[in-house]
Write a new protein. Structure first.
Length: 197
């Protein structure tokens, strides 16, 4: 079994990586993957994309960390997210895909930073919770999934959503969105109860 380490300070982590500590590098790899996975899978990517981008990110981060003049000017989580975001944006431009929502993910990172202060084993919990979120979406009908994705992730207006999904007008789309959100809350509540057991 791999040796477990818990870093309380990002600079300590940087120092241990520079010293050739393979456990520190593995810790870095495992700890922050959930953030990158969430960003990419919510923005036109899949798990394989997330793994590829994160592998490239860790390689780039390692090269930067090993430079003598490297100084970590943000949290490690933000540092890795910035590299991954730039790589994923470049990949999306190559594919001709858009719809990335930065604000949601940046707020999410702040939430994770707060969680790190309280939960030493948060990463394992998050992986389970992420599965439950996907499960909640899977339980919704296709129309609701598309509508909520268009509204919250693609940032389409209700008028545009009405056209895309064949509703009479924006008011109809709004009413449907509200019904879908109520359904999502019901499913989410049940799954959260399951998660907390």
């Amino acid at each position: 079994m791999a040796k477990h380490i818990f870093m309380t300070n990002d600079q300590v982590l940087v120092d241990r990586i520079r010293a050739g500590d393979s456990n520190a590098l593995q810790y870095l790899y495992n700890k922050h993957f959930p953030v990158i996975k969430r960003f990419i899978t919510l923005n036109s990517g899949d798990i394989e994309d997330a793994e590829d981008i994160y592998q490239e990110t860790i390689t780039d981060a390692y090269e930067k960390i090993m430079k003598p003049d490297f100084k970590l000017s943000s949290s490690m989580k933000t540092f890795l997210y910035s590299i991954s975001r730039n790589k994923w944006l470049y990949k999306l431009r190559q594919r001709g895909t858009g719809g990335v929502s930065f604000e949601d993910v940046e707020n999410y990172i702040e939430d994770l930073d707060l969680a790190d202060d309280n939960f030493q084993n948060f990463d394992n919990e998050f992986l389970d919770y992420d599965v439950l979120l996907k499960e909640a979406l899977d339980k919704m009908d296709e129309t609701c999934r598309k509508l909520l994705q268009h509204f919250y992730y693609d940032r389409f207006s209700l008028d545009v959503i009405a056209q895309k999904l064949g509703y009479n007008n924006a008011n109809t789309a709004k009413a449907k969105k509200n019904k879908c959100m109520n359904r999502a809350k019901e499913i989410g509540k049940k799954l959260l109860e399951k998660f907390e057991v």
